[in-house]
Design a binder for this molecule. Structure first.
Ligand code: PLP
Length: 461
């Protein structure tokens, strides 16, 4: 791209696009990194600068950029039959094939699939299915939903209401009457003053107390990311998933596992719920890595038990599943997902993640030697480095500014990480090699050293 064209593009974007999570105070004044090309684990901006993408697009580019097989699948399906309605008794070939493949890949009896357009619409749909499930049994009062502080479940009205990141609660309206947030479940053995067992006991006590306070007969479901992603890569203490699953079972509360990030290989398995954490949820939500980000697509996997109960509804009202989207089961997106799964299986991408994941987290943990690193945590290919001005903890303004500085130093050295509060979050494409991991860690180490020098020059820290 010519330099003039690149500059014009950046100007058009700055003038006309309202980006997700844009800083409104800078609207119309700041500019964005306009990415024009991508290949492997690298992206190129409008000025021709190359970056190693340690964000994986947005947790979603798993098999890497420029995969011809995925492009061919998209193109072939678009030529053959780009779109037709998915409503009621109409379907298409890739959607039927993909639903059967997802049933095969997923744990337990999650054999029925409702396609959506993205993660948010899948979370939304899963909660609605939980409501419908209880209404179908003549128990519509079971409608309250348990989520967690620091969770992120999307940007629809309901997804945003379920999300529990304080920083995201702005002047929008949220559903606060029947959505409730339990304590954030992260446990970091490096920094926690209590043992994992104590932490687990406290979390379970809190959940039991919330169930008792609301009354189990008013609660429809519990929505949980196996590892909280955007909230800061928060890993719960061992045993948390099994114990919360058991609590839900005991109180007839449906368990919705939000695997929008953890699914499709990020933790070394197609789905983490059972393979990593030993639980089979009632409903499982997936998106992102499902198509490796090449097409927008989400899905809710529904257990046969739930689907059968919906079919046997005692509800005297017309038993119609009045939920779905024009682009549910979009044929081009589903064909892309099938090609993506084919690549993942053939190349054993999950096996690769199980190999490089511990190396990634292990190498990142070396960065704890820096005085401006408060913590490093993660699981396989989702990780974060928490920055702090020595002696200052949490997402204070100074700590956030420091992390933003580390982020900028990374960017000028050709590495993209995702800044959130005082965290630098990383989720590289799953095909990342150990050599590329070394590059990520080396650039990050250098960025931390530069940011620390900046602090000293400014007389801070
Ligand atoms: N759930 C989780 C765990 C997510 O991380 C996200 C997005 O980051 C969503 C749901 C929403 O997905 P989408 O942005 O595709 O709507």
């Amino acid at each position: 791209m010519r330099q003039d064209d690149g500059e014009a593009l950046v100007a058009k974007d700055a003038r006309h696009v309202l980006h997700p999570w844009a800083d409104l105070s800078a609207l119309g004044t700041g500019t964005s990194l306009v990415v024009t090309e991508a290949s492997g684990v690298e992206v190129v901006d409008a000025a021709g600068r190359k970056y190693l993408d340690a964000i994986g697009g947005m947790w979603c580019v798993t098999v890497g950029y420029g995969r011809q097989e995925l492009v061919d699948a998209m193109s072939a399906q678009a030529s053959r039959m780009p779109y037709f309605t998915p409503f009621a008794d109409v379907s298409n070939e890739p959607a039927a094939e993909l639903a059967a493949t997802l049933a095969e890949l997923s744990p337990g009896d999650l054999n029925r699939v409702h396609f959506t357009t993205c993660g948010s619409t899948a979370v939304d749909s899963a909660v609605r299915i939980a409501h419908l499930y209880f209404a179908a049994q003549g128990r519509p009062e079971k409608r309250h939903v348990l989520s967690r502080t620091d969770a992120y479940h999307g940007s629809t009205y309901l997804g945003a209401s379920l999300s529990g990141k304080e920083a995201d609660r702005t002047r929008f309206h949220y559903e606060n009457e029947w959505v409730h947030h339990l304590e954030s479940p992260g446990y970091d053995p490096d920094t926690s003053p209590v043992t994992a067992a104590e932490r687990l006991a406290g979390l379970l006590e809190g959940m039991e107390a919330a169930i008792a306070a609301l009354g189990a007969d008013t609660i429809a479901c519990f929505v949980a990311e196996p590892v909280l992603a955007s909230g800061g890569v928060l890993v719960p203490p061992p045993g948390y998933h099994e114990a919360t699953r058991e609590l839900c079972r005991r109180h007839d509360i449906l368990y919705i596992s939000d695997e929008v990030v953890t699914g499709f290989g990020r933790l070394g398995h197609f789905f983490a719920s059972e393979a990593r954490f030993g639980i089979v949820p009632d409903l499982l939500v997936t998106a992102k890595g499902l198509t490796s980000g090449y097409q927008p697509l989400g899905a809710v996997l529904i257990s046969d038990r739930i689907a059968d109960a919906l079919a046997r509804t005692a509800d005297p009202a017309k038993p119609v599943f009045s939920n779905g989207f024009t682009y549910s089961g979009h044929p081009v997106a589903c064909a892309t997902a099938l090609a993506n799964i084919e690549v993942m299986r053939r190349e054993d991408v999950c096996g690769h993640v199980r190999d490089v994941g511990p190396y990634f987290v292990g190498r990142l943990r070396e960065l704890r030697a820096s005085p401006i690193v408060a913590a490093v945590r993660g699981d396989h290919l989702m990780a974060c480095v928490e920055c702090h001005v020595p002696g200052e903890s949490g997402p204070t303004l100074r700590n956030q500014a420091l992390a933003a500085r580390v982020d900028r130093h990374c960017e000028t050295s050709g590495l993209l990480v995702r800044p959130f509060e005082n965290l630098c979050i990383m989720s590289p494409p799953l095909v990342v090699t150990k050599g590329e991991i070394d590059r990520i860690v080396d650039i990050m180490a250098d960025a931390l050293a530069r940011a620390e020098r900046d602090l000293r020059d400014e007389g801070i820290g």
